[in-house]
Design a protein around this ligand. Structure first.
Ligand SMILES: C[S@@+](CC[C@H](N)C(=O)[O-])C[C@H]1O[C@@H](n2cnc3c(N)ncnc32)[C@H](O)[C@@H]1O
Length: 217
């Protein structure tokens, strides 16, 4: 029997998770890129929305604040980070369901969600895991449902290329290589998504973040 794969915590080491929110706020232009992601996701009343690799819940909460009539679920494999997300949800006084699960085998039936969103997550996964998770998200979306992703993409220039080394040293070169080479759209297509497009690139102190939209036909 093979040992279960370990997951990489939000800031690479569990003991750093408490610093995650301020670090991300200041190093990724978080408010800017997450508000662009939210706008492009076009979430409407009644939509069931899944935030894959939700971490401390910032994006899931932003969805709920922007569209209180959406039904929002955040999923993450790390119990510690979900405890932080839970405290934020409680403090906000809103209803967001948080589920502890790995993303490559999620406890939902086919066609459960109109939207899947994800930020800063896929660079935590090796190639095979990225492929499994994209296939799993495709399964969970209704026909016509959409996936909206923000994650590290191909660096926009030489300065961004050097800046991205900071992420690669922290999170590992194996899982971040596909991001550096701009391969996320091809992996989405391979999983069955259609009309895959990069919608925006945001340069940050840690490299270029790319936003993507993909359709589950
Ligand atoms: C960098 S954090 C991003 C958190 C959040 N989406 C954000 O934008 O701030 C990546 C998250 O992915 C989670 N994660 C890593 N591998 C996972 C897996 N296989 N299944 C589910 N969650 C995973 C980690 O626990 C971590 O919370």
């Amino acid at each position: 029997m093979t040992a279960p794969e370990t997951i990489k915590p939000a800031l690479a080491y569990g003991w750093l998770t408490g610093f995650y929110d301020p670090v991300v706020r200041w190093t990724t232009r978080e408010r800017t890129f997450k508000s662009h992601l939210l706008a492009q996701a076009d979430i409407r009343a009644g939509h069931r929305v899944l935030d894959v690799g939700c971490g401390t819940g910032t994006l899931a909460l932003a969805v709920k604040r922007a569209c209180p009539e959406a039904v929002v679920t955040g999923l993450d494999a790390d119990r510690g980070v979900l405890a932080r997300a839970n405290r934020k949800v409680d403090a906000a006084g809103v209803r967001v369901t948080l589920i502890e699960s790995r993303a490559d085998s999620m406890p939902f039936g086919n066609g459960t969600f109109e939207r899947a969103i994800s930020s800063l997550f896929f660079h935590h996964l090796d190639r095979a895991a990225k492929q499994r998770v994209f296939r799993e998200i495709h399964r969970l979306l209704v026909p016509g449902g959409e996936l909206h992703v923000a994650d590290w993409g191909r660096p926009g220039n030489a300065v961004m290329s050097v800046a991205f080394l900071s992420v690669q040293f922290l999170d590992g070169f194996a899982t971040t290589a596909d991001n550096r080479h701009g391969l996320l759209p091809a992996l989405m297509q391979e999983a069955g998504f259609r009309e895959v497009e990069a919608t925006r690139h945001v340069n940050t102190p840690c490299g270029t973040l790319s936003l993507f939209r993909a359709l589950r036909a």
